[in-house]
Design a protein around this ligand. Sequence first.
Ligand SMILES: [Fe+2]
Length: 341
Amino acid sequence: MRPFPLFAAALCALVAAAPAVMAQGEVNIYSARHYDNDDKLYDDFTAATGITVNRIEGNADEIIERMKAEGANSPADVVLLVDAGRLFQADQDALFRPITSTTLNERIPAELRHPEGHWFGFATRARVFFYDTEKVANPPQTYADLAKPEYKGQICMRSASNIYSLSLLASIIAHEGEEAARAWAAGLKDNLARDPEGGDTDQIRAVASGQCAIAVANTYYFARALAEEVDALTPADGRDRIGWVFPNQGDRGTHINISGAAVAANSPNSENAIKFLEYLASDEAQQFFAAINYEYPAVPGATVDSTVQGMGTFKADTLNLSALGEHQARAQEIYNELGWK
Ligand SMILES: [Fe+2]
């Protein structure tokens, strides 16, 4: 088996405990989320159900590769991944088991889950525009606006190979077709202030520092900077000059994505796995799960973190997020054809 350095220690622990893992009363979670506060979520689940949680963390690629390597012997019960595009990739690799849960189908809006129960979204994030209020009098109001010549040399975005960029272009393919999406990606490339580099926080930092006038990034990166001290994104760094726009409020709504979860294809404790997913859809877990990463709860009516609330409400795109996976390969081809970095 390939080594997985990031969680090698955890792997050893899990293998050593293999017979116990198969016993009733446990659930094994492979998670691409790793926040300190996640512990409370798992502890609360154990307190409510008596089911012990064994957790392994790594990045999405590590988790997917690991599950492939483990094959039918994988102890994974629940898989937590970020972005519908990644959930699609794992699903294509047959790593998930479709499940039917009335609770999940009633609580999670249809657009935030796979149509046949392969995966479910438990928190959402919006991909929005952050802009320098001192430089940009008329910020873009739609994704289409990003490709207009008036924003030439102003926009910062992360690389085309990043899953967030792929999912955004996939949503445009789904709504407007391939030709329009290609023209959009070409126009946006012409408007870049610099070659794509860094993560979402780096794009917002570049607005604060004056390198870019407009950045495309997920909401939670900015909310985190408002609620915590994020390096190079404090008021002293120019953060207070930054305004934001929820795009496409006049038509289809803002492009969103999810933190999602699925039951693993070879789950040895699948009943407990379903219980865990249903627990994640409870009001209390929803509030907490979303707030940890400054996201929006997937379940309507669940409490939104106060900092996130402070960024305002918006109309979200209701495109079924499985479409992001379906158009992912074409999105990558379009970026490649255009020479996107
Ligand atoms: Fe992120």
